[in-house]
Design a protein around this ligand. Structure first.
Ligand code: NDP
Length: 252
């Protein structure tokens, strides 16, 4: 495993779940981390833990669906932490339910966060990632895009979430081809059911259906996906992990 000392990572959606665990593990491996989300109090608590453990953390309150805020988050990271080697595009929302009679404002939220937010952050970060790949001791940089099993398998009841996550997969593969020879590695992580706050934003009847579907299944922990991200970004320069699908063992 390559250490991350001297590198800088930006993690979107670092205020809870997978993003929080990932930021903590990247920091423990030596990376300075920029913590991006809307809930600044949660980010401050995480930053305190990282600093207490001897790490470097920068709190950036931002809504990634606003392109100006996404750009400002990236630029502030580079201004205050000096560079950007790793972008973890993790912020996301999952609002499930049938298409018929769906409240379409839920679709808008998913498309704006899961797709547009990710695209804005990717676009703002790319020049810095290209620079980091040529001038850092590691001579490689990483963008890890968090998709889902729902980005590989469509199911009745999650059509629009599927559409956003399939989109993340398509974008990641196209971008991979565009920048891989510059040693910017683009990776896709596709978690299965993970024990986070994600499902709690659903309407009560949808929550019930989700709980029923995963009854008795031991879910992944956020740390399991953080491990996956850490594995990807600590490979040697000539190894690119393009895609990892990680399910709980009991998830059919
Ligand atoms: P959480 O709900 O715990 O975390 C979601 C994060 O996204 C929060 O930190 C939230 O922060 C952030 N976020 C949401 N909207 C915005 C926004 N507009 N701007 C900035 N940040 C935002 O869920 P998870 O940790 O589970 O989700 C992380 C990723 O993992 C998502 O992309 C999700 O789709 C994916 N995933 C999760 C699975 C699971 O079972 N949990 C399975 C497969 C994929 P804040 O509200 O403070 O802005």
């Amino acid at each position: 495993m390559v250490r991350l000392d001297g590198t800088v990572a930006l993690v979107t959606g670092a205020s809870s779940g997978i993003g929080e665990a990932t930021a903590e593990q990247l920091a423990a491996q030596g990376a300075g981390v920029a913590l991006v989300a809307r809930r600044a109090d949660r980010l401050e608590t995480l930053a305190g833990r990282i600093r207490d453990a001897g790490g470097t953390a920068l709190v950036i309150e931002a809504d990634v669906t606003d392109q100006e805020q996404a750009i400002a988050a990236v630029e502030r990271t580079v201004a205050e932490l000096g560079r950007l080697d790793t972008l973890v595009n993790n912020a996301g929302v999952m609002l499930l339910g049938p298409v018929t009679d769906a409240p379409t404002e839920e679709w808008d939220r998913m498309v704006r966060v899961n797709l547009l937010g990710l695209l804005y952050c990717a676009h703002a970060a790319l020049p810095h990632l290209v620079r980091a790949a040529s001038d850092s001791p590691r001579r490689v940089s990483d963008m890890v895009n968090v998709s889902s099993v729902a980005g590989r398998v469509a199911r009745s009841g999650s059509g629009v979430y599927n559409a956003t996550k399939f989109g993340v997969g398509a974008f990641s593969e196209a971008l991979r081809q565009e920048v891989t020879q510059k040693h910017v590695r683009i990776s896709l992580v596709e978690p299965g059911a993970t024990d986070t706050e994600l499902r709690e934003h659903n309407r009560p009847e949808v929550m019930e259906a989700i709980m029923a579907r995963f009854k008795g299944v031991e879910r992944l922990q956020a740390e399991d996906i953080a491990d996956t991200v850490l594995y990807i970004v600590t490979r040697p320069r000539h190894v690119a992990i393009n895609e990892l699908l990680v399910r709980p063992t009991e998830q059919a």
